[in-house]
Ligand binder design. Structure first.
Ligand code: OSB
Ligand code: MG
Length: 375
């Protein structure tokens, strides 16, 4: 099945969140993003969504750096190119160092086209074997009262897993009491790298709170400290920011700096790399779960396809579209029923961009066309 890239359209959007997403690193009130549509020779359209943020608070990439990489290097290297398979995209952009998030959503658009041409849902194409996944929600607020209210409503909405953002100043006794009230709910803690060797004792005080796992306790620059701390703690660490590549996963396994991988396809450069990581983790019995990036339905749909794989052992950051947005830019919107999300059975990733809504939030747009052979 051949893909020949004929046209690429980028939409630059800014969409307000229903309520601020607060961590010790950043207060996010608006989601700026780049949406992509890649059109093949035969008119098949593939979609993607860039997960870089407005500023480099989570990783080094931003919307601006992604736009520049796309315009100058990534898009020119795929226009008019013929791909037998989306995996070939990676070799095509290998002269461009890193820029994982800028590459990832172009890789996604090619996977969407590929699955459409195979006439199969993406989750089936990549070997997933379930048409539904378990939902999970993230509580990201600093105020104690707000956190308790958000957890209460998440549980009443049916979420089976709640992830709480923590920092070295969080109160472990308060968290232990809250978790104890919900014996049927799984709780994750995400520290976004706030702990250091100096605050190891604080981290250890979270060990008997009842968290299933602690996500990224230390900075991605301190994987050695993470390995040291993991030996002293029962609660498994799940690494997020530390995993930017297949090699980072290999290093996590070798050094035992964590026991679980948080998959974010944008952070590792796309679905092709995510699947390579998946094969390694399956071979080493390392569980994966799928993280979120405050996304619209297109990026979430790629995440959901990945979440149907056997290697994924925990519910991911999958909340309904209405959790972050008044209206999702993708259609159909994500709906959670009794803590479960049913995946689309249509060919491809299963969602498309809603142009009517995108127009309301668009702040820029650019179209790139392949050179025509005019003779
Ligand atoms: O650390 O997992 C993170 C959102 C933005 C940036 C980093 C993270 C997050 C989340 C997931 O916690 C939010 C979601 O999309 O559900
Ligand atoms: Mg995280």
């Amino acid at each position: 099945m051949v893909i020949q890239v004929q046209r690429v359209v980028l939409h630059h959007v800014r969409v307000p969140l229903k309520k601020p997403f607060i961590t010790h690193l950043q207060r996010v009130t608006e989601r700026e993003s780049i949406l992509i549509e890649v059109t093949d020779m035969d008119g098949t359209i593939g979609v993607g969504e860039c997960v870089a943020f407005s500023s480099p608070w989570y990783t080094e990439e931003t919307v601006a750096t992604a736009w520049q990489a796309l315009e100058n290097w990534i898009i020119p290297s795929i226009l008019n190119k013929t791909f037998q398979h989306p995996d070939e995209f990676d070799a095509c952009v290998s002269p461009i160092k890193r820029n994982h998030m800028a590459k990832a959503f172009v890789n996604h658009a090619l996977w969407d086209i590929h699955a459409k041409k195979l006439n199969q849902p993406l989750w089936q194409v990549i070997g997933g074997n379930s048409s539904s996944i378990e939902a999970g929600v993230v509580v990201a607020t600093t105020a104690e009262k707000g956190m308790i209210d958000d957890i209460e409503s998440a549980v009443s909405e049916g979420y089976k897993r709640v992830k709480i953002k923590i920092s070295k100043t969080s109160d472990p006794i308060l968290l232990k009491n809250i978790i104890g009230k919900y014996p049927n709910t799984m709780f994750f803690a995400d520290a976004n790298g706030d702990f250091t060797l100096d605050s190891l004792q604080q981290l250890k005080s979270f060990d008997d709170c009842g968290f299933t796992l602690i996500e990224q306790p230390f900075s991605e620059l301190e994987n050695n400290v993470s390995a040291f701390a993991q030996k002293m703690m029962q609660t498994p660490f799940a690494l997020d920011e530390s995993i930017a590549s297949y090699q980072d996963v290999a290093e996590m396994i070798d050094r035992r700096s964590g026991k679980i991988v948080v998959m974010k396809q944008g952070r590792v450069g796309g679905l092709t790399n995510a699947l390579r990581i998946q094969r390694r983790c399956l071979g080493e019995s390392i569980p994966i779960w799928v993280g979120g990036m405050i996304e619209f339905g297109v990026s979430k749909a790629f995440n959901m396809a990945f979440a149907t794989l056997d290697v994924v052992k925990f519910p991911g950051d999958f909340s309904s579209s209405t959790h972050f947005w008044e209206q999702d830019l993708a259609t159909p919107a994500i709906e959670v029923h009794h803590g479960v999300i049913n995946l689309s059975k249509v060919p491809g990733v299963g969602v498309s961009w809603n142009h009517e809504i995108i127009e309301q939030f668009e702040v820029g747009k650019k179209q790139f066309n392949a050179q025509k052979n005019t003779e």
